[in-house]
Design a protein around this ligand. Structure first.
Ligand code: UD1
Length: 430
């Protein structure tokens, strides 16, 4: 099984090009089947989650043509089936977007229950509440979600919490329901806005994405479109945190600085210098980081998907930092691994109390999920000595060419498959 081997302690310096946002790409690819016309998507990240989504839509008859590594042409006029249960899709959380897409277009969907990272209870009751309010009958049976409707009719829906998945999923179905839908207390993440822009480019009538209330006028039919996905806020943030933790100097390119504000603000509090221009953010860390406190929140708050990365950086800061996870309840599993590297962190419920140490030391660790996996790689990059990170398949779900991009910034990191390759790496840098 592939793993990363890292020789740490080298400040990362240089420029890194950020790819398209995974969490925008997944619903966009799913919704591409909602028209019989051809849809062209650009700036699509080439990651295992997006590839699983493409395979899923192919499995029901969509014609998927990769026109480049980051561009794809999709035609779903030949879709005959509304049952999605191929093996790849079982592993990803965003399989639930296929329910919203199929239900909206075909008034029927049968999709295997979502998988994804084990970061706490991840119910889909809000999605189901929305589909039901629009007139669907939804049943969970034999490990599948089965949704059907004779007719979908707009409604007024209030979400109990601003769920990204539920906001996007309900938007998809409501965009093809009869009449008006109002969804309140919605998620405002950049990928929610990007998704609404995409659906509007296919002929939907959605207003208010990016605010607390989304208003939709249903349409009968969508048409083809050409659409470029926004840059990935979390990939960018991960490299920004890598600059901080390794006392480096990294410019993330092809980003929307506004989407990174909560991350930039915390880095400034931690003593980093931030320089922003139109589509770039430079992070310079010259001295030991200072402690700070963080609470994860829905956008525009500090993102839960950036919690492990900042915890890793704060583990090296002066003083005591407190990180509170308020979105998912089980997102500190990686702390045990970090402790093996010398971190001093105590987790009590949804709070991590971090006593900064001067340095981490290399260890053999494994990635418990996607973002924690990336965070542990950052820990390895800042640690003295060699670190191996196992279970990197989680990281590959959401980071394209992660180790290549890190290498370009000067990191000593290699993906290795055998003990021989591991030894070779260690000899090279011993
Ligand atoms: C998406 C992202 C994930 C990110 C999360 C929060 C994708 C594929 N994944 O996940 O990377 O960490 O947003 O920004 O885009 N909840 C319910 N009932 C529901 C739905 C959600 O109780 O029906 C709860 C969840 O348990 C969680 C909170 O709401 O506590 C937020 O979850 P949500 O925003 O839905 O996350 P996902 O869409 O699963």
């Amino acid at each position: 099984m592939n793993k990363y081997v890292i020789q740490g302690g080298i400040p990362l310096v240089g420029e890194v090009e950020i790819g398209g946002a995974k969490n925008a790409a997944l619903p966009i690819l799913a919704a591409s089947i909602m028209t019989d016309d051809t849809v062209y998507i650009d700036n699509m990240p080439d990651e295992s989650d997006t590839n699983a989504m493409l395979q899923a839509i192919e499995s029901i008859g969509a014609i998927v043509e990769r026109t480049g590594r980051h561009s794809v042409k999709i035609n779903a006029s030949q879709v005959k089936d509304v049952t999605i249960d191929n093996d790849c899709i079982k592993k990803i959380r965003a399989s639930y977007y296929l329910i919203g897409a199929l239900l909206g277009k075909y008034k029927r969907a049968r999709v295997v229950l979502p998988g994804g990272c084990n970061i706490g209870l991840r119910p889909i009751d809000q999605h189901i509440k929305g589909f039901t309010a629009l007139g669907a009958e939804v049943n969970i049976e034999y490990g599948n979600i089965d949704a059907k409707a004779d007719k979908l009719v707009g409604n007024h829906i209030y979400l109990d919490m601003p769920s990204v998945g539920a906001t996007i999923n309900i938007m998809m179905t409501a965009a093809m329901a009869e009449g008006k839908t109002i969804i309140e207390n919605v998620a405002k993440e950049p990928h929610v806005v990007d998704f609404a822009n995409f659906l509007n480019s296919m002929g939907a009538n959605i207003k208010g994405a990016g605010t607390d209330v989304i208003r939709i006028k249903g349409v009968d039919k969508f048409h083809g479109t050409e659409y470029t996905i926004i840059p990935d806020q979390i990939e960018a943030g991960t490299f920004m945190m890598a600059a901080a933790a390794t006392k480096g100097d990294i410019t993330v390119k092809n980003v929307i600085p506004k989407h990174l504000e909560s991350i930039s603000a915390k880095l400034v509090e931690m003593g980093c210098q931030i320089q922003e221009s139109d589509d770039e953010v430079r992070v310079v860390a010259t001295k030991r980081l200072s402690h700070t406190h963080i609470k994860t929140l829905p956008y525009p708050g500090y993102p839960t998907d950036m919690q492990p990365q900042i915890t890793v950086a704060l583990g090296l800061a002066t003083g005591i930092s407190i990180v509170t996870e308020s979105v998912f309840e089980n997102r500190f599993k990686y702390v045990d691994e970090l402790t093996k590297m010398g971190a001093s962190i105590k987790v009590e419920g949804s709070t991590a109390i971090i006593e900064g140490v001067e340095k981490y030391t290399g260890a053999s660790i494994s990635a418990p999920d996607l973002r924690a996996g990336a965070a542990l790689v950052i820990a390895g990059l800042s640690a003295e000595g060699f670190t191996t990170v196992e279970d990197i398949q989680y990281i590959e779900r959401g980071y394209e060419d992660f180790e290549m991009k890190l290498k370009d910034l000067g990191a000593h990191i290699e993906k290795v498959d055998t003990d021989r390759e591991l030894q070779k790496f260690k000899l090279k840098y011993a």
